[in-house]
Design a protein around this ligand. Sequence first.
Ligand code: TRP
Length: 327
Amino acid sequence: MARVLSAIQPSGTIHLGNYFGAIRPWVAAQRNNDAFYSIADLHALTLDIDPAALRANTLDTAIVLFAAGLDPELCTLFVQSHLHEHNELSWLLECVATYGELRRMVQFKDKSANQESVRVGLLTYPVLMAADILLYQTEQVPVGDDQRQHLELSRDLAVRFNGRYGTVFRVPEAIIPSVGARVMDLQYPNRKMSKSVGSPQGTINITDTADEIAKKVRRAVTDNEADVLYDPDTRPGLSNLLELLSVTTGRSPTDLAEDFSSYGELKAALTSSLIEALAPLQQRMQELRQDYGHVARLLNEGADKARAIASETLARARDAVGLLAQR
Ligand code: TRP
């Protein structure tokens, strides 16, 4: 079984892009891997975030993940900040990383552009991410394409640290999903469904009611052709609907296109398919919300399991760089 690690930021509402693109693959991967999943609340601090909202979102993200099927018997889910090991290794890695390479990260350039003052945490964000990964001797990191460069940095830091101080870390590999779960905004089908840049009407959240889902799908932007055809380049809106239906049904979008003779039919089918797919998830979320104590216990157990591995790697890294052991 491969050691897999991934993390998600607790950003509040979770939309279909997060769900089909990240969460469902996590659930699938827990069976045949030794999977560690983390809620990256420390990373969330790089943005302006309300403390009460961060706390609530972190718990809520855990609820969504458990409701979606993460099973504490099969994987380890924990809150990043529950382990001081992440911050500690991050510092050791900051002293291996260079300002130049961090400044060149595309996400840093994007997020810091046109800002009057830029948080240092925004610059060192990928180093903390490297610590998240390297602490667990991770072999594979399933991430979206937007994290590819950060993964590359994690590998560079692991190799550099090992070269300088002796082998402590396994060098991880990125697992970037080929295609399939690229969910686009229903109003702007050329953009990814996204909390930050998406449109509210074009974004379906997993907590949306049946009515909200129906309305958003009905108003989804398509085109003025008449036939139902899968062609993402020329028919992005329509193709996105077919891809969404493909994700819920497991059939190929091209295949599905043949089932429908009008956009209305397709939209109706997609609506009921989404409602059906989300209903059990929403039901389990509601149950878990009745029992925060249970969720907190699961997170504690997750943190304990994670710490068993992380503390060992950290101890080796501390020793390797020459920190005097306390006796
Ligand atoms: N930076 C990632 C994101 O925003 C989240 C993340 C934090 C992560 N630590 C990680 C992803 C470690 C993979 C591995 O999506």
